[in-house]
Design a protein around this ligand. Structure first.
Ligand code: SF4
Length: 246
């Protein structure tokens, strides 16, 4: 369990690590970049490599029990909880834990909403289900989300890659809008974000710029690196200076 610098959550919990690309929004997946850079997975997150890249981490399952304060927890920031290679029995264990800890709010985000819709298991009110929507082609995910049994439903329009025009936001409770991070980010026109804001009446809307986030990440990483190097007084293996996303 890690503290998160993502502005809309408090902690990240990764009982699964690794994924494979499903749509345009995955092109510059930050989780893939981090994972390969720091050796958590070896190969690009393609469909062919998914068998090697989607890794279950059962030793992390019970981490939420350690949190004393009620918290927002982003589930699987380094994967997709509804990835096809995650066995149902394992997913059930994750849901059992979320159902068992009503004091926490668990935020799930998927690009595989059909699997979430079919997930016929207990959804306590503290389990928020969200979909990523990056372009018009992925708007269908919102309709799928509406069929899902979660009480609170949310959308992450991030990275927003084009104007989405009129969107049906019926029964959606929470919306996030953001641009892409990374050096090769695809530029977001702020008018596209305003278009969403203007339709999101009565919905809690949270917008942010990843470029700011990215700069903050760099500062945090640089500080961690300096601190650890200072502590050890020598060059350290990269994994020692970057425990944040494990
Ligand atoms: S679904 Fe999410 S975690 Fe998986 S490859 Fe795409 S962006 Fe990355």
């Amino acid at each position: 369990m890690n503290n998160s610098i993502i502005s809309w959550t408090k902690h990240t919990w990764n009982p699964v690590h690794g994924c494979s690309h499903v749509s345009d929004g995955c092109k510059h997946c930050y989780a893939e970049k981090i994972s390969i850079k720091y050796g958590f997975t070896k190969k690009p997150w393609t469909k062919q490599n998914e068998i090697n890249n989607v890794l279950l981490k059962p030793h992390k399952l019970r981490e939420p029990y350690k949190l004393k304060e009620p918290s927002f927890i982003f589930v699987n920031s380094m994967s997709d909880l509804f990835h096809e290679l995650i066995p149902n029995d394992y997913r059930k264990q994750i849901f059992d834990i979320m159902n068992d800890l009503p004091q926490h709010t668990f935020q799930i985000l998927t690009k595989r909403p059909k699997a979430a819709t079919k997930w016929n298991y207990k959804w306590s009110d503290n389990i928020w289900m969200g979909v990523s929507v990056e372009n018009k082609k992925s708007l269908y995910r919102i309709d799928e989300l509406r069929k899902c049994n979660a009480k609170t439903k949310w959308i992450s329009f991030e990275p927003l890659l084009e104007s989405l025009g009129k969107i049906n936001l019926t029964n959606i409770n929470w919306v996030i809008v953001g641009d892409e991070s990374g050096q090769r980010f695809r530029k977001m026109d702020h008018a596209w974000a305003r278009e969403i804001r203007d339709q999101a009446n009565n919905i809690i809307l949270h917008s942010f710029s990843n470029k700011v986030l990215h700069s903050l990440q760099n500062v945090v990483h640089a500080l961690k690196k300096l601190t650890v190097l200072k502590l050890y007084g020598i060059k350290c293996p990269i994994k020692l200076i970057f425990p944040l996303f494990r």
